[in-house]
Design a protein around this ligand. Structure first.
Ligand SMILES: Cc1cc2nc3c(=O)[nH]c(=O)nc-3n(C[C@H](O)[C@H](O)[C@H](O)COP(=O)(O)OP(=O)(O)OC[C@H]3O[C@@H](n4cnc5c(N)ncnc54)[C@H](O)[C@@H]3O)c2cc1C
Length: 394
């Protein structure tokens, strides 16, 4: 039985929601974690690539590691290749099994004491005196009003929780990437490297990825700018065309469609009695579209701050701003620089994009594989982007 009252209700059991629920539970709160789908981690809407930085936040379990990768090879429109790996390290990152990874994180939340419910969808917020006081949920049997000191919106890119609380979560088409991905078998891919391809012909205002998932198997997908998608030239059309050419004998085991927010973080991620985490807060790296790492980082911070605020019986927006301060300190700068770099790179025409890649061509060994190190290299190797960044900053 779901109770009538909790300290915290977390809406959405993706990585952001589960890590928030776990952390808040470990800090002594009574937590309910709800997921609208029947199975946590399904359907997978992800290429499942993540850098080794994840190890700082989640203990690696071989059950949800599909592939260990040495680095990433990126190709410009004219085929110029740049291969990034880490000095003296065999592993730079992982391709996960999100079906298992997401379940593992939810299990950890449950082990820490959180109540976890699937097939339970939030459809509104209980609000009194401009403060969130709980959530309305629909289960297969019932409609319930659940009171909570804090509601956490971890409801992904389609987030509605923030909007219900009056936060502007709108995303113009130019700020999203629409994606199509096939899980493919019988494909010849480099098992040890992620691959990405840039070019207007391949993926306008986006890129294509091949992320290996074991022997002759891979996530092959691409994202294109939401504002350049249209009848006959949608993400799926570009992907079909690439796959027909590159993997004519490949078999498609699953088709996946999704959207990635590339807007940079929301201006406001807290309200009275409310916190937004993960994709719901637009905590996605705009230059890569990666959001797993920030979902986990932000979830941990949110869980800690919410626990303190509830214990102090002060869940005002002002008190919860500690969450904003801390995520900005931890990964705000990286997202900010990534947004500026994205705005430059995605607006280059084919010729400019080719010129952008040329100075990068060859092998680059990073000191560590982190988003910070990647962006630093991108900028330092390319005076053009450096100049543009300096111009946008001053
Ligand atoms: C095609 C594609 C490829 C990607 N590839 C990568 C990649 O390789 N690496 C990477 O780092 N990132 C990648 N991302 C981004 C990554 O998937 C997200 O950033 C990450 O999943 C964010 O986690 P989250 O917990 O915030 O949201 P999600 O994982 O989206 O979880 C949100 C959950 O909330 C649930 N929910 C929504 N509304 C409600 C409601 N009203 N009530 C209850 N539950 C609700 C949803 O069902 C969902 O389970 C990709 C995204 C896409 C679309």
């Amino acid at each position: 039985m779901i109770k009538e009252t909790y300290d915290v209700v977390v809406v959405g059991a993706g990585p952001a929601g589960s890590v928030t629920a776990r952390t808040a539970s470990e800090n002594g709160l009574d937590v309910l974690l709800i997921e609208r789908n029947a199975e946590i981690g399904v359907p997978v809407k992800c290429a499942e690539g993540v850098s080794r930085e994840i190890e700082r936040y989640v203990e690696i379990d071989p059950r949800w590691i599909c592939t260990k990768v040495k680095g990433i090879s990126t190709y410009g429109p004219d085929g110029t290749a740049v291969t990034l790996s880490v000095e003296g390290a065999d592993v730079a990152g992982y391709v996960l099994e999100r079906r298992l990874f997401d379940k593992y994180l939810a299990q950890q939340a449950a082990r820490a004491g959180a109540e976890v419910r699937v097939k339970t969808q939030a459809y509104g917020l209980v609000q009194e005196d401009s403060t969130v006081k709980g959530v309305y949920v629909r289960t297969p049997d019932d409609e319930l009003r659940i009171r909570a000191d804090v509601v956490v919106g971890a409801d992904g890119v389609e987030s509605r929780v923030g909007r219900w609380a009056g936060i502007d979560t709108r995303l113009p088409l130019s700020d999203v990437c629409t994606c199509a991905e096939f899980l493919m078998s019988d494909v010849d891919v480099d098992e040890h490297y992620l691959e990405t391809f840039f070019g207007r012909e391949i993926a306008p205002k986006g890129y294509l990825w091949i992320f290996p998932k074991g022997k002759r198997c891979a996530n092959v997908g691409l994202g294109i700018g939401g504002d350049v998608s249209g009848e006959g030239h949608r993400a799926r059309d570009y992907l079909r065309s690439f796959v027909n050419q590159r993997f004519p004998n490949g078999k498609v085991l699953a088709e996946i469609y999704g959207v990635v927010p590339l807007s940079g973080p929301l201006y406001e991620t807290v309200a009275n009695g409310l916190v937004l985490v993960g994709d719901a807060a637009r905590h996605v790296q705009p230059i890569t579209g990666g959001g797993i790492l920030q979902a986990v980082q932000g979830g941990k911070i949110a869980g800690e701050v919410v626990a303190k605020a509830v214990k102090e019986q002060n869940v005002t927006k002002k008190r919860l701003r500690e969450y904003e301060k801390r995520w900005k300190r931890e990964f705000g700068r990286v997202l900010e620089v990534g947004l500026k770099a994205k705005n430059i790179v995605l607006n280059l025409n084919e010729q400019e994009l080719t010129k952008f890649f040329q100075p990068l061509g060859g092998e680059i060994k990073l000191k560590e594989y982190s988003e910070r190190a990647f962006l630093k290299t991108l900028i330092m190797k390319n005076p053009r982007i450096l100049v543009s960044l300096v111009k946008t900053m001053f």
